[in-house]
Each structure stands twice: as C-alpha cells, then as structure tokens.
Ligand binder design. Structure first.
Ligand code: CAA
Length: 388
C-alpha cells in the first residue's frame, strides 16, 4: 500500500521586510544577505499572529469540510510552541473545527520534528489505512534584533494530509535517521530568542547530511542518478547550496545540472519567506513541485535537519495528481505587504512573548482570519474573526 503526502497547504503572515532594507539598517552590504545568505525577503510577524494562528490558517486552506470530519489525528510540529504543557494542536483543532474524537498532540525536535510527525503518521495509516492524519509544521524563527541570525528569521506553517494512496508523494520504506547531542542551536525556557553557534551549526548540518545520505545509498544501492531532485531543510537558501555542493563537488554532468536547477526551484519560496524552522523543508518541497523540472514517477530525496541534533534522509515517488494537492503558493506570496525596518522592529517588540499580565491587542484589519486577540488570566485568547 502506498502511504504519503496527499495534499500540502502553506500560510504565512501578511507582511514582509526586504533584505535590502535590513542590510541598510544593519550597516551590511545587501549582497551579503541577497547572495551570501541567499535571502530576498522575510516574513514579519504582527503580535496577533503566532504558531497557533499560522497553523490554523494553513490547516484551513488544506482541508475540505469532508476531510475535516475524517482527520483521526492532528500532530503539530513546532519548536516555538506557546505553552510548556498544553499542546498547540488542541487550540488548532478547535479553530479548525475538527471532530472531538480526534487525537491531538504537539511534537518537538527543532527543525526536524515535522519529519518525525510524517513518519509517525505513516505508521498510523499503515495500521489503519482509512485514517487521515493532519501534520502541521508551524514556527516563528526569532533570533533577535541586530544579531547574526536576524537575517535568517522567518515565519509560517505548512499543513499536510498523510493518507493511503496519496496524490502528491508516496513515501518509500527506507529512511535513515541520525541523532547526536550537539549544542549548535537551542532555546532555554526563559528565552524568547534562539541561541545559536551559527558557523558550527552549518558544519553540523552538512555532516548530518553526509552521514544520512551515505548510509541511505548503502542500504538502497541508489545513487544521485536515481533522483530527480534532493530537497533540503532551508534555514536560509545558501545552506541547501552548501550541502548539495558538498555532494556534487566538481561534477558538471546532466545529473549535477538537474540537481542544481531543481535546488533553485526549491529555494524560490524560501527566499521570499525566510526560515520556517520545521516547515522549511516542506515549503521547499512545495516550491520545488511548483517551480521545478519534476515528473510523476520520479524520486525526490528529502533531507531534514533539526539542531540539537537530528537528521533524516528519506525519499518519495511523485504521484500523477500532484499539482492538485499544492494550492496557490505564488499568489499567496505576491499578496503580502511590504513594511519598513521601523515597522518590523515595532512588531518584533510588540509580541506577547513571556509577558505575564493581561494584554488586549487591537483587532487587525489585515485579512487574517485566525488571530491572537491577547492574554487573559494567563490564557492566550484565540479568535476566529469569521465567527466572533
Ligand atoms: N557579497 C556576497 N557574499 C558575501 C558578502 C558580500 N558583500 N559578504 C559576505 N558574504 C558571504 C560570506 O562569504 C559567507 O558565505 P559562505 O557561507 O559561503 O562562506 C556568507 O555571506 C555569510 O557571511 P558570514 O559567514 O560572514 O555571515 P555571519 O557571520 O553573519 O553568519 C550565519 C551567517 C552563521 C548563517 C548566521 O546568519 C546564523 O547564525 N544563522 C542562524 C543559524 C542557522 O541558520 N544555521 C543553519 C544550520 S542549523 C539549522 O539548519 C537549524 C535551523 O533551522 C536553525
């Protein structure tokens, strides 16, 4: 039985900052950000948006009313969760009006956890093929103003339905996971911003890619020639280039040319949004399927990396109905509004974060349906503006 990704949908905030504006504000050469890091724009997060509202927006785009009733389990993968006990998935389940007889849980391992969620979902569907599992990867990547990581911030969510006989990607049996206790990136409970050993993290990423990819080839006997594309976790687009070039080296044949072109296709959306943490690989997959040279029946490799660290390499076969399962990625990105550096900084500082007091945010008129209205008695107040 084929099991895999049946549909994907993406949501981000309605605002972005250009990397030219950020570079100018930080006294950097814009080409460092545009070429050296490989980013053009980054999502700006208003205080009324967070991982719950982003996850709900992506889930709302994904599900038909019929599917809403059929979801047996919702797994929200995030490393920027809003509660140390209660699962983000419970809030999202309410906003999406999923059946009460639904299993709802949150999982975490930095940028890797959506891949774990997909593998767990595969297991659930293998046990009960009629089940549909909703996996939503949702994160706000936040390093801090005037930090080295600032240029690699971003925000958004990717929702995926994992089913039998999927329309987009049938996931193959072999996968290689690899974990080691590494301090390259982490966020203590008392901090709103990630802590990172930036250069070290890029080296660990490449090491984990080499470890998992080499073992995958040993287990399957496959080589690059068996793939139409490799999709990488993209904390910033240059990271994917570094990893692919570590494999290709001086190669300049047709396979290497195809891999490089399809990496550009994967990078296109990430260049516009920034790091989604655990959703980045899956936004990259959507971007590859929309912009790349890929055909049904071809194999796509996926490298997932989460600091701390966990990596996984696995693969899937593209299915004939894949275009129907993708949504309106380009239109969505084009519809966002540009904000200047001062507005970005104002939004950055206006987040609820670790505040303990009651807060009421002004109701936004930016077209977002699900909003964080504030905090009352230590409870975050989520509202569906179509209802309230
Ligand atoms: N024109 C063109 N290129 C330029 C340039 C210019 N004027 N000026 C600099 N560059 C190039 C540099 O040569 C460099 O290229 P290479 O990496 O190919 O050598 C690149 O721009 C970046 O320059 P620096 O290394 O000087 O940049 P930096 O010190 O500011 O740090 C960073 C960059 C380490 C990525 C930092 O932004 C960071 O810490 N980001 C967060 C951590 C991160 O994303 N790590 C990724 C792996 S971990 C992971 O994947 C999990 C996750 O999501 C967090």
């Amino acid at each position: 039985m084929k099991i895999g990704i049946d549909k994907l949908a993406f949501a981000t905030t309605p605002y972005y900052l250009t990397m030219e504006d950020l570079a100018q504000g930080r006294g950097e050469d814009p080409n460092k950000y545009l070429i050296g890091i490989g980013q053009d724009r980054q999502a700006v997060v208003p205080p009324t948006q967070d991982v719950v509202t982003l996850a709900a927006a992506a889930g709302e785009k994904l599900l038909t009313n019929e599917e809403r009733d059929q979801v047996s389990t919702i797994i929200v993968a995030t490393e920027s969760g809003i509660d140390n006990s209660k699962a983000t998935a419970i809030y999202v389940k309410r906003l999406l009006k999923l059946n009460d007889f639904t299993r709802a849980v949150e999982i975490k391992e930095a940028c890797y956890s959506a891949t774990a969620a997909i593998q767990f979902a595969r297991g659930l569907v293998a046990l009960k093929p009629q089940e549909k599992v909703l996996v939503i990867a949702s994160d706000v990547a936040r390093y801090g103003l005037n930090t080295g990581g600032e240029v690699t911030q971003g925000a958004g969510a990717v929702a995926m339905l994992i089913t039998a006989n999927p329309r987009v990607l049938a996931i193959e049996e072999t996968s290689v996971a690899y974990a080691k206790d590494v301090m390259d990136f982490w966020r203590p409970l008392y901090s709103e911003e990630a802590m990172v050993d930036g250069k070290y993290s890029t080296n660990v990423y490449i090491d984990f890619f080499k470890q998992t990819w080499t073992r995958y080839q040993q287990l399957t006997g496959q080589t690059l020639a068996d793939f139409t594309a490799l999709a990488f976790h993209l904390p910033f687009t240059k990271m994917g280039k570094k990893a692919l070039e570590a494999e290709l080296g001086e190669r300049d044949d047709t396979i290497a040319t195809r891999m490089r072109a399809n990496l550009k296709a994967e990078q296109a959306a990430c260049r516009q949004v920034g790091n989604l943490y655990t959703g980045s690989l899956y936004l990259g997959l959507m971007s590859l399927l929309v912009n790349g040279d890929v055909q049904p029946g071809e194999r796509i490799g996926l490298f997932s990396y989460g600091s701390g660290s966990e990596g996984e390499f696995y693969a899937g076969i593209l299915q004939s109905g894949y275009q129907a399962g993708l949504g309106d990625l380009s239109e969505q990105l084009a519809a966002r509004k540009r904000v200047d550096l001062a507005t970005y900084e104002k939004n950055f500082n206006a987040q609820l974060g670790l505040k303990e007091e009651d807060v009421t945010f002004e109701t936004p008129t930016d077209g977002q349906r699900f909003i964080l209205a504030g905090q009352k008695n230590h409870q975050r107040q989520y509202v569906d503006l179509n209802e309230d």
